[in-house]
Write a protein that binds this ligand. Structure first.
Ligand code: G6P
Length: 367
């Protein structure tokens, strides 16, 4: 089927806007009829059988893995290793007994990810694929497939596939937590309710597009941009930076907030915008204290937070983007939207080719 832009200027804009809908679909595919439990593919995954998880992917899919590491470890107490496929395949790491290997790929055809999967064959207890294309090579060669149901993604810079990957990985982490007796049925149901609220919150986030466009007009003048986050917001800082550099060609780096003083703070002056992703969670104060180090050096901070966070920490901040309140688990999924919109509007302001950025390919099927 031919996919059209449906009134949007770019496929990327369309795919960003589609997220509440496709996320709702993806959730619908996995929830039981009463919405209180998660149904996985028929042969299932018995998380009691695994002591560790190895996750391998490239690009944005890798950052989805890195985010879910926080979830699997915090919710289920299962240690997780995350690797980029090109490193994993040649490092040839040991794969201990009782390892679940998870390969995440939008296309399901990325050469390095496929090679990494083949390396784990006969070594991992089970190979699971989280893919957008269920007929893909990675899906075919896995023991169990978790489709993300994002629909066809055309924009080279991944958006809706990322949030759908996160959604499916969150569901897996919740199921793992139940299997490991760290979450009861009621706790699971609560998380599932907040997951079902996510499309509504995403619609609110999309409504901030105009404000974000104003910020982007100024970001477009920057040569370097830093993104900071802590906990599961750290991989999202990496993703925000990746999106921005992919489509606007502005040099951007994501850092764990706590690493600021170990290097990137040397770059900070009034010409370097610093995007701080910080919902008002248990790590908020820590992140804010890093943000204040930036402000003290004349850095221009864009704070992406919620109402509570904005109330406490907006002083001296250049721009504040206020998202609705969201549960800790779902926060990276919601905060992905302003990161995508910032990159998108900055690229549009610079006049770059948003859907076909130079030198990049949608699917990297050669090494
Ligand atoms: C390319 C794309 C990225 C994508 C990465 C991994 O670099 O431009 O958007 O994240 O490949 O692709 P996959 O299909 O394996 O998710």
């Amino acid at each position: 089927a031919r996919v059209e832009k449906a009134g949007h200027k770019h496929f990327m804009a369309k795919e960003i806007a589609e997220q509440p809908g496709v996320l709702g679909d993806a959730i619908g595919h996995y929830l039981s009829n009463d919405g209180l439990d998660v149904n996985f593919p028929a042969d299932g995954l018995d998380f009691t059988a695994y002591d560790r998880i190895t996750m391998v992917a490239c690009g944005t899919a890798y950052l989805a893995c890195l985010t879910s590491k926080y979830w699997f470890e915090q919710l289920a107490g299962i240690p997780v290793d995350v690797d980029v496929a090109s490193e994993f395949r040649y490092r040839e790491p040991p794969v201990p007994a009782r390892t679940l290997a998870v390969f995440v790929s939008q296309s399901g055809e990325t050469a390095d990810t496929l090679a990494a999967l083949r390396y784990t064959e006969g070594k991992a207890d089970k190979i699971a694929a989280v893919v957008n294309v269920p007929e893909s090579s990675i899906a075919r060669e896995s023991d169990i497939v978790f489709p993300i149901h994002a629909g066809i993604e055309i924009g080279v810079a991944s958006t809706k596939a990322f949030t759908c990957q996160l959604t499916v990985l969150a569901l897996m982490a919740l199921k793992a937590a139940v299997a490991k007796d760290r979450l009861d049925a009621e706790g699971l149901a609560q998380h599932l309710v907040s997951l079902q609220n996510l499309p509504g919150l995403m619609n609110i986030a999309l409504g901030l597009s105009g404000d974000i466009k104003d910020v982007a007009a100024k970001l477009a003048e920057a040569r370097d941009v830093l993104f900071l986050g802590r906990g599961a917001m750290y991989p999202l800082a990496l993703e925000g930076a990746l999106k921005l550099k992919e489509i606007s060609y502005i040099h951007a780096e994501g850092y764990a907030s706590g690493e600021l003083k170990h290097g990137p703070i040397a770059l900070v002056d009034k010409h370097v915008p610093v995007i701080v992703m910080a919902p008002h969670d248990r790590l908020f104060d820590k992140t804010v204290s890093n943000m204040q180090e930036v402000l003290a050096r004349g850095g221009k901070v864009v704070l992406i937070t919620d109402a509570q966070g904005a109330k406490i920490a907006s002083d001296g901040v250049w721009q504040t983007i206020v998202l609705p309140e969201v549960s800790d688990l779902m926060a990276p999924i919601l905060y992905a939207l302003p990161a995508q919109l910032l990159a998108y509007h900055t690229a549009v302001a610079k006049g770059t080719d948003v859907d076909q950025p130079r030198n990049l390919a949608k699917s990297v099927t050669v090494e």
